[in-house]
Design a protein around this ligand. Structure first.
Ligand code: DOR
Ligand code: ZN
Length: 351
C-alpha cells in the first residue's frame, strides 16, 4: 500500500455529539470510542442535563457504556434554562470535565422545549461564564415560525449572535454545526474567542439530498441542509485550514420508526463512520493535508485542552455501510446505509 492510501492522524476529538441514554447510549458510544479520544456530549436529554450533579452522573453512565479497553473520555456541557443559577457556573468550572453550557433557543430542535426564550434573561449566567472562561455552545437558529426554515441561521446571527459577541466581548463562543455562507463569513470575521463546528453532512450534502427520488427522512437534521452555495462556502473554509473551524459531528441517533414517520425527528447518525466521511469530504476538496488539524488540533486548542497522544489510521479502501444497526429494542439507520464509503478505519492506537 502506498503512503497516499493510508492517512495517519493524531487521535481526534468530536466536539459535538449526541449519545442519548440507557440502551441507546450503549448502542452508539462504541462507534465514537473507536475513533475519538474525547467527545463533547450534548445535554438535550429529557429531562435535560442542567446541573453539575446531573452532568457528573451522565458522564459516568457514558463511561460505563465504553468498550472494556477504551480510554474514551466524555466531556460535558450544561443545558441552559431560565432557571440556571450563576453559582452553577462556578461549580462547573471547578469540575474540570465540563467545557461549557449549551444554548438551545426554545423550540429550535430535538428536546429544546426547556431552552431559552429570551437570551437577555441569562445575562448574569453569561457574565459568570465570561469570567470563568467556560464556553457557550450555541444552537444558532431563530425559532420564529414566520422565518423561512432555510433563513433561520442567518437571522440568528443578526438578531442574537452578533449582538451577543459584542455585549460579552470576552465570552468564548462556539457556533455549533454551521450550515450557511453567512455563518462562515461571520465566524471568520469575528473577534478572537469565536469558533464553529462543522458536521460531515453539511460538507457532503446540500438540500437536494432531502428529496432525491422521494422524501429522505434520514437526511433530515437541524439546522437543515442548505443550498449548494452554502455547502461550497463551508467546504472552502475548512479547506483553507482556518483554526476557527473544527470537527463536531452532531451525530444524533433516533430510532428508525421515529425518523420514518409522518412527523420524523431531526438528526443524522454518523458516528459509525464519522472520520471516514470527513476524509471523503476533505479528499474531494484536495485538502486532506488539513484534516488532521481540523479533527485533532483546532478544537483542543480552542478549548485549552492538550492535543491527544496516539494516532489512528484511515485506509483508502471501500466498505459498505450496514442497512441498520441495533439500537436498544429498536434499530438505527446510519448515514449512507447500504452504500459505500471510500475510507476505512484501520487501527486505533490508545494513548
Ligand atoms: O438534527 C438535530 N438533531 N439537530 C439538533 O440540534 C439536535 C439533534 C438531536 O438531538 O436529535
Ligand atoms: Zn446537536
Amino acid at each position: 500500500m502506498t503512503a497516499s492510501e493510508v492517512l495517519t492522524l493524531r487521535r481526534p476529538d468530536d466536539f459535538h455529539l449526541h449519545v442519548r441514554d440507557g440502551q441507546a447510549l450503549a448502542a452508539v458510544v462504541p462507534f465514537t470510542a473507536a475513533r475519538f479520544a474525547r467527545a463533547l456530549i450534548m445535554p438535550n436529554l429529557r429531562p435535560p442535563v442542567r446541573t453539575v450533579a446531573e452532568a457528573s452522573a451522565y458522564r459516568e453512565r457514558i463511561r460505563a457504556a465504553r468498550p472494556a479497553d477504551s480510554r474514551f473520555e466524555p466531556l460535558m456541557s450544561l443545558y441552559l434554562t431560565h432557571h440556571t443559577a450563576p453559582e452553577e457556573i462556578e461549580l462547573a468550572r471547578r469540575h474540570g470535565g465540563i467545557l461549557g453550557c449549551k444554548l438551545y433557543p426554545a423550540g429550535a430542535t430535538t428536546h429544546s422545549d426547556a431552552g431559552v426564550t429570551d437570551i437577555r434573561a441569562l445575562d448574569a449566567v453569561l457574565e459568570r461564564m465570561q469570567e470563568t472562561g467556560l464556553t457557550l455552545q450555541v444552537h444558532g437558529e431563530v425559532t420564529d415560525p414566520q422565518v423561512d426554515v432555510f433563513d433561520r441561521e442567518a437571522r440568528f446571527i443578526d438578531q442574537v449572535l452578533a449582538p451577543l459577541t459584542e455585549r460579552f466581548a470576552h465570552l468564548r463562543i462556539v457556533f455549533e454545526h454551521i450550515t450557511t455562507r453567512a455563518a462562515v463569513q461571520f465566524v471568520l470575521g469575528a473577534r478572537a474567542g469565536v469558533a464553529a463546528t462543522v458536521t460531515p453532512q453539511h460538507l457532503l450534502m446540500n438540500r437536494n439530498a432531502l428529496f432525491t427520488g422521494g422524501i429522505r427522512p434520514h437526511h433530515y437534521c437541524l439546522p437543515v441542509l442548505k443550498s449548494e452555495v452554502d455547502r461550497e462556502a463551508l467546504c472552502a473554509a475548512v479547506a483553507s485550514g482556518t483554526p476557527r473551524l473544527f470537527l463536531g459531528t452532531d451525530s444524533a441517533p433516533h430510532a428508525r420508526t421515529a425518523k420514518e414517520s409522518a412527523c420524523g425527528c431531526a438528526g443524522i447518525f454518523s458516528a459509525h463512520a464519522a472520520l471516514e466521511l470527513y476524509a471523503e469530504a476533505f479528499e474531494a476538496l484536495g485538502a486532506l493535508a488539513h484534516l488532521e488539524a481540523f479533527a485533532a488540533h483546532h478544537g483542543a486548542d480552542f478549548y485549552g485542552l492538550a492535543r491527544n497522544e496516539g494516532h489512528i489510521r484511515l485506509v483508502k479502501s471501500h466498505w459498505t455501510v450496514p442497512e441498520r444497526y441495533p439500537f436498544g429494542t429498536e434499530e438505527l439507520v446510519p448515514l449512507r446505509a447500504g452504500e459505500r464509503i471510500g475510507w476505512r478505519l484501520e487501527t486505533v492506537a490508545h494513548a
